[in-house]
Write a protein that binds this ligand. Structure first.
Ligand code: RB5
Length: 154
């Protein structure tokens, strides 16, 4: 992801649905296009299905940034990071939101709908969408992640 994104793909399960809808409103206010890949309500669903839908889009290059929300964020994070090229980060505080971009060039922001306030998540998402990747010394580290993916057949 380079520069401010023009489009963000969103996914959630039932536990993250309300927070996701809130974050979509915030993104719309930033003049960024939002695409919601589900879930589309609060009936119980399985988070891996929605993590897969968003992570696939990042992995195949048809989107450059995603946002995922489940109850804790953990299930979404675990699933999304199975996809090559995906660097999904659970943004549990503001420093983490900044560093996930500056140091890790993270391309999916993950939130916990049951563990964070919508206001905290929105502030961290804004930071995540606006903060540039620093490059330099971090490039070699990201190359090592890519090498690990290759070694493991991803
Ligand atoms: C759903 O009850 C819950 O397990 C899910 O939203 C998430 O927190 C999993 O990591």
């Amino acid at each position: 992801m380079s520069g401010n994104p023009r489009r963000v793909v969103f996914g959630s399960d039932h536990a993250g649905y309300e927070m996701k809808r809130f974050l979509i409103e915030v993104v719309a206010g930033m003049k960024i296009e939002a695409e919601d890949l589900g879930a589309h309500g609060t009936s119980s669903v399985d988070y891996p299905d929605y993590a897969e839908a968003v992570a696939k889009r990042i992995s195949n290059g048809t989107a450059d940034v995603g946002v995922l929300v489940c109850g804790t964020g953990i299930g979404m994070d675990i699933t999304a990071n199975k996809f090559p090229g995906v660097r999904a980060a659970l943004l549990y505080d503001d420093t983490t939101a900044r560093c996930a971009r500056m140091h890790n060039d993270a391309n999916i922001a993950v939130f916990g709908g049951r563990t964070m306030t919508p206001q905290d998540a929105a502030r961290r998402m804004r930071v995540f969408l606006e903060e540039p990747y620093e490059g330099e010394r971090h490039n070699a580290r990201l190359d090592k992640i890519r090498a690990i993916e290759k070694k493991n057949g991803k």
